[in-house]
Design a protein around this ligand. Structure first.
Ligand code: SF4
Ligand code: SF4
Ligand code: FES
Length: 222
């Protein structure tokens, strides 16, 4: 077991527990976006950062294990400021039209931005364009993708279909169908696992409600 202090409280957790899981075991909530327990711990979003006494840089809590004697601050002014900046940077590459988003009200990014009191984005907006096959029952909106890689890992590790992959480098890094395929030419089973695990509205199911009403109003079909 490892003994440490989080936000002034003593805690003892098994070795190799992450700082995030140790905090959550004490009902201390550290926000997270890209982390998915046992599936994705690449430390991409950095909204889960915490301050550790004696360590200069902020530490991502989702992929760093606890160490004996650590003293951790999850909600200090420095942590809140850095977390806010990291979230604002994510939002600057995100189409933030919450009112017309399928995930509004059930979106981790929206919740974190609200909790941090973000009401404006002090960085130039760079939102990638949206292009997708209208034939696909699974919709991907690149303008909302925060590049958390959850979809890639869920499809690889749970469905073992490897449909998604990282594309591009540096600022142009994004996620798309692997091997430069189109969604309708891939082996996607449309199971919906990636949609469920996307923390924002970048993946969704096509809304066929208007087509259904059209069919219901057609006496030749009903
Ligand atoms: S994905 Fe979330 S933050 Fe982005 S527009 Fe939709 S609800 Fe808003
Ligand atoms: S589509 Fe969703 S799950 Fe996949 S990388 Fe983008 S935000 Fe993450
Ligand atoms: S949740 Fe830890 S870096 Fe994204």
């Amino acid at each position: 077991m490892v003994k440490l202090i989080i936000d002034g409280q003593n805690v003892e957790v098994p070795e190799n527990t992450t700082i995030l899981e140790a905090a959550r075991s004490m009902d201390i909530n550290i926000p997270s976006l890209c982390y998915l327990k046992g599936i994705n711990n690449i430390g991409a979003c950095r909204v889960c950062i915490v301050e550790v006494d004696g360590v200069d840089n902020m530490v991502s809590s989702c992929n760093n294990p606890v160490k004996e004697g650590m003293v951790i601050h999850t909600n200090s002014p420095r942590v809140r400021e850095a977390r806010k900046t990291n979230t604002e940077l994510i939002l600057s590459q995100h189409d933030c039209k919450c009112a017309v988003c399928s995930r509004s009200g059930n979106c981790t990014l929206q919740t974190i931005a609200n909790d941090l009191g973000i009401l404006s984005i002090p960085y130039p907006m760079k939102v990638p364009p949206y292009k997708w096959s209208p034939r696909s029952p699974l919709i991907r909106d690149a303008s909302k993708c925060i590049k958390c890689m959850r979809c890639v890992q869920v499809c690889d590790k749970i469905q073992t279909l490897n449909i998604w992959d990282v594309e591009g480098t540096g600022a142009r890094t994004t996620v798309d169908i692997s091997f430069n395929r189109k969604i309708m030419d891939s082996d996607c089973s449309f199971c919906g696992q990636c949609v469920i695990h996307c923390p924002v509205g970048a993946l969704s199911g096509r809304d066929d409600t208007p087509r259904m009403f059209e069919a219901l109003a057609n006496p030749e079909k009903v």
